[in-house]
Design a binder for this molecule. Structure first.
Ligand code: HEM
Length: 342
């Protein structure tokens, strides 16, 4: 917070509700085009207002994230303490993916896909010729908020005050009230999944398919998706993340996917979940969902506050030594959360 400011900086619309439509756009910024990217990011809120005001009830939002490598190029100066490249998680059977070139993420949400499309068009009008598009996915809300595997997705998301508690950084001035976001694009092996009985699928996920009720501890296998994704701190408190997963696909091309997107105050929480899923807990006891779901992208971004994006501080004349080269997991500046996650 700047001296004299009355209000704390406003977060981007990280905690916006799940919508009917979303677009996920991931780009790399060409060398020499950093200022173009910075200018677009500063104008993003204005572009969003220009499109969204025409139907305020559709709730158009756009959240932008900046990767570790891009941070130094675009902003320079001090860095968010836990911003680093997403590690690759490699187990006996499954390995996650790192989209190393990913510099910027745009997460557009609205009740109407046309509004997301329009805003994305305006963003690309500004960035065309300055970026390489690495991935672009249009997601849709499936009935009952189910994923394409047929299970309701998002049930155990935090609600109310728990959302901000889970997603807003609170111990890293001047980066407080920002967030971290991890994305992974998964494609599903539907023939293999559909070859399972409903009861077998329920053991993979850890919940009933029709009613969405969680299996009892006796019924729930230790390699179910739910069992491996409940993370606690030293005191046994559950550490929540905010997931805004969206189904996507093109049945005519045999493409059935889930776009995973998780917001968190500390990437250590999501990284622990990914370690549990891919390596297993204990190692070898990996998430059965991966036998039917393959990641094709993966990246971590810091989501600055809206105030930071709109009016970023001037970069210092001499850039400080980059922390981007610090190997993931060995950064000295990690908050207490990382140490206390089980
Ligand atoms: C829960 C689907 C990837 C973290 C769930 C649920 C479903 C689901 C159906 C149960 C309902 C709910 O609480 O939302 C999927 C699919 C994925 C995927 C289809 C992609 C193939 C991930 C990833 C992570 C993750 C990559 C974390 C890195 C969680 C968490 C829960 C959850 C934290 C809630 C656990 C609880 O508190 O009960 N997921 N998920 N999921 N998933 Fe995923």
């Amino acid at each position: 917070m700047q001296a004299g400011d009355l209000e704390p900086p406003e977060p981007q619309a990280v905690s916006a509700p799940l919508t009917r439509a979303a677009i996920f756009l991931m780009v790399s910024v060409d060398a020499g085009a950093e200022q173009t990217a910075k200018d677009l990011l500063a104008d993003l809120a204005g572009l969003q207002r220009a499109v969204g005001f025409r139907d305020a009830s559709a709730g158009l939002t756009c959240v932008a994230g900046i990767s570790s490598a891009a941070w130094d190029r675009i902003y320079g100066g001090p860095r968010p303490a836990e911003l680093h490249e997403l590690p690759v998680f490699s187990g006996e059977k499954h390995t996650s993916v790192l989209t190393a070139e990913a510099d910027l993420l745009f997460h557009l949400r609205a009740e109407r896909l046309d509004l997301c499309f329009e805003l994305e068009s305006l963003i690309m009008d500004r960035l065309r010729g300055s970026v390489k598009v690495l991935d672009e996915v249009q997601g849709f809300r499936y009935f009952d908020a189910r994923d394409v595997l047929g299970f309701v997705d998002g049930t155990e998301n935090p609600t109310g005050g728990g959302v901000r508690q889970a997603v807003l950084v609170d111990d890293d001035e001047p980066f407080d009230r920002g967030s971290y976001v991890v994305v992974q694009k998964y494609l599903h092996d539907m023939p293999a999944w559909n070859a399972l009985s409903t009861e077998q699928q329920e053991l993979v996920i850890g919940r009933r398919k029709l009613s969405d009720v969680e299996l009892s501890d006796d019924e729930k296998p230790s390699d179910s998706h739910i069992a491996l994704n409940v993370i606690t701190d030293d005191e046994g408190n559950e550490l929540d993340i905010l997931r805004d997963n969206m189904p996507f696909g093109r049945p005519g091309h045999d493409e059935f996917g889930t776009y995973f997107i998780g917001y968190t105050k500390s990437p250590a929480v999501i990284e622990k979940m990914l370690e549990n899923m891919f390596v297993g807990s204990p190692p070898g006891n990996y998430d059965r969902i991966l036998d039917f779901s393959t990641p094709h992208t993966g990246a971590l971004f810091y989501v600055p506050t809206a105030d930071f994006l709109e009016d970023p501080p001037d970069a210092p004349p001499e850039p400080e030594p980059s922390a981007a080269a610090t190997p993931a997991g060995t950064s000295l500046n990690i908050g207490s959360l990382r140490r206390s996650i089980r």
